[in-house]
Design a protein around this ligand. Structure first.
Ligand code: FDA
Ligand code: NAD
Length: 432
């Protein structure tokens, strides 16, 4: 069994790993000092593409086109970039044991990797219906989406079941993005979720009403307030029917499940402090264990703006937390600025595109034209807490308008009248 030594190891080869590698290179990491160990077979890429252009029927996105850092307008880093910098990409390698005391990682094949400094960037895994023992949930053609391998399997099934029936279980990010892309592939799509409206962890009922209306116009059937309790399959083991708790059943050639994610922290249980389901870090992404950092989806970090600690499962934070950690590692005791993050989430589906900045707490004000039949819908919502705007959402904004709502969420201007704010709408943000 081989044993390798590196000064720096990034465990995980996703979004954070790619942006961390770029920052290491910028700061002048020497050849053979840095390794990225990933169970995926490909160099770090922009994961958001998997639920969008990767599944398009025409000209789908494919690697090397969406390696990091193109998602934020940066240089694309194909595998040759890493070899050119002397950064070792150790792919198709799952780490099954991490011993933080002896600074040793062990792979499924039994190889060991020693490090001086470790960055944990293992991201999230999907929650499966089999975890809740839903009957028949292990049938063929029930898909989850996290990694490129999952997307390849789904893409093949979309081709094989051309113009078929799809049931999407879950009304969150995956549910909304996958329902759209399956419809674009000409599937007959039904969405099922337990809540009274889609994406309840961010959307207000007013925001959700627009998307539900728009999806209905596109021909997507939305079934709310119930869950999938069982799946029927044919003699080949392929799913044919989804049974719902309310007694209904839906025919299905393909099922896509998006019922949430779970941060991958199991390798480190009992070895490092945790908080809110993630690995607890300081404002430089340093954990409770010396020389161990955690970034991206797995990190629970101080969110200075809200004097709170949070875990964020979105790509902008994955990129920025990785850069912050590398700067801290390489500055060797020199003082750096604390992470001062403004939460930013976005999604795209059909011709729609929204952005959200800040915190979704307090009272809300909906503004603009949220008629789903409008040719160019543009509307938004402000969240107001203690008399100040703390969050802003905008559908259909231009780059300048999106910048304006980001500024509002950062500046937190006071508001005296919610009625005036509603009337001012987007122009309130544009004036800040
Ligand atoms: P990420 O998941 O990117 O990478 C983790 C890596 O670690 C993977 O390569 C994994 O294989 C590897 N790994 C884990 N355990 C390992 C082990 N034991 N051994 C070896 N390797 C291991 N966000 C957003 O803001 N807008 C968007 O549009 C989208 N869209 C989107 C689509 C889809 C399909 C998904 C799944 C997610 C999104 N996201 C998103 C969320 C965003 O992609 C996510 O927050 C970041 O990818 C998190 O980056 P990390 O580097 O933390 O994990
Ligand atoms: P999510 O938390 O956004 O949504 C989960 C949804 O599952 C809930 O809203 C609920 O409707 C539903 N649900 C829960 N239990 C259910 C059940 N038993 N039956 C039916 N529905 C049930 O999680 P997700 O959509 O699975 O996304 C997974 C991860 O990927 C998250 O980290 C997310 O942030 C990330 N992601 C982000 C984006 C984006 O930011 N645009 C896009 C895709 C994925």
């Amino acid at each position: 069994m081989a044993e390798k030594h590196f000064k720096y190891v990034i465990l995980g080869g996703g979004v954070s790993a790619g942006y961390a590698a770029r920052e290491f290179a910028k700061q002048g990491v020497k050849p053979h000092e840095l390794a990225i160990i990933s169970k995926e077979a490909v160099a770090p890429y922009e994961r958001p593409a998997l639920s969008k252009a990767y599944l398009f029927p025409e000209n789908p996105a494919r690697l090397p086109g969406f390696h990091v850092c193109v998602g934020s307008g940066g240089e694309r880093l194909p595998p040759e970039w890493y070899s050119g910098k002397g950064i070792e990409l150790i792919l198709s390698t799952e780490i099954v044991k991490a011993d933080l005391a002896s600074k040793t990682l062990t792979s499924a094949a039994g190889d060991t990797f020693k490090y001086h400094t470790l960055i944990i960037a293992t991201g999230s895994t999907v929650i499966r219906l089999t975890d809740f023992k839903v009957q028949g949930a292990d049938a063929k053609n029930i898909f989850y989406l996290r990694e490129i391998d999952d997307a390849d399997k789904l893409y093949e099934a979309i081709k094989a079941k051309k113009n078929g029936k799809a049931v999407v279980v879950g009304g969150g990010y995956i549910g909304l993005e996958l329902s759209a892309v399956l419809k674009i592939n000409n599937f007959d799509v039904s969405m099922v979720y337990p809540e009274p409206w889609c994406m309840p962890r961010l959307f207000t009922s007013g925001i959700a009403a627009f998307y539900e209306g728009y999806y209905s116009i596109k021909g997507i059937k939305i079934i709310k307030g119930t869950v999938a309790t069982g799946f029927i399959s044919n003699a080949d083991g392929e799913v044919t029917e989804v049974q719902l708790k309310d007694g209904r059943s839906l025919e299905a050639d393909i099922v896509v499940v998006g019922v949430g994610g779970r941060p991958l922290t199991t390798l480190f249980k009992g070895q490092v402090e945790e908080d809110k389901g993630g690995i607890k870090t300081d404002a430089f992404f340093k954990t409770s264990v010396p020389d161990v950092y955690a970034v991206g989806d797995v990190a629970t970090f101080p969110l200075k703006l809200y004097n709170d600690v949070r875990r964020v499962e979105h790509v902008d934070h994955a990129r920025k937390s990785a850069e912050q950690a590398v700067k801290a590692i390489l500055s060797e005791g020199k003082s750096n600025d604390e992470y001062d993050y403004l939460p930013f989430f976005y999604s795209r589906a059909f011709e729609l595109s929204w952005q959200f900045y800040g915190d979704n707490v307090g009272e809300t004000v909906l503004f603009g034209n949220n008629d789903p039949e409008a040719p160019k819908p543009k509307f938004g919502t402000y969240w107001i807490k203690d008399g100040k705007v703390v969050g802003a959402f905008l559908e259909g904004g231009s780059p300048d308008e999106n910048k304006a709502i980001a500024k509002v969420a950062r500046v937190q201007p006071p508001v005296s009248s919610l009625t005036e704010l509603e009337k001012d709408g987007l122009s309130f943000a544009s004036k800040i």
